[in-house]
Design a protein around this ligand. Structure first.
Ligand code: 5GP
Length: 116
């Protein structure tokens, strides 16, 4: 899992991405295969492989990410519409890129996730 991931190449601008938000710590870009009309990936510029490693290594990164999500959703008016944030941890949960990332999804009416 120490291989260089596609997201590190996006941070270094070695491969293109539609960047929609950037600050000192956080980068956000459109998902290449959107699952909703707004589907943006938020990543921290300092690497971790998944949410648990992020919390273990540097827990303040989670607030960097969620502050960026707050700023972006307010700027874009997405907060008015409603949105969902998802992170997959591990291949069995659907994680395919082993660089911690948060899916921001909006534009659709989502069902009640996780309820019986
Ligand atoms: P995961 O399945 O790991 O939770 O999410 C990885 C996400 O990264 C997927 O939704 C996938 O569409 C997206 N993705 C994979 N490769 C690229 C890429 O090269 N560029 C962009 N913008 N998104 C990518």
């Amino acid at each position: 899992m120490d291989d260089v991931t596609i997201f590190e190449k996006i941070i270094k601008k070695e491969i293109p991405a539609e960047i929609v938000f950037e600050n000192h710590n956080v980068l956000a870009f459109k998902d290449i295969s959107p699952q909703a009309s707004t589907h943006v990936l938020f990543i921290h510029k300092e690497k971790s492989t998944n949410i648990n490693e992020m919390i273990e290594k540097n827990p303040t990164q989670i607030s960097d990410i969620f502050k960026a999500i707050k700023e972006f959703t307010e700027l874009e008016g997405i907060d008015q519409h409603g949105f969902r944030v998802v992170t997959n941890c591990g291949a069995r949960a659907g994680q395919s890129v082993f660089y911690t990332h948060f899916h921001l999804l909006s534009g659709e009416s989502f069902g009640n996730f996780g309820r019986a």
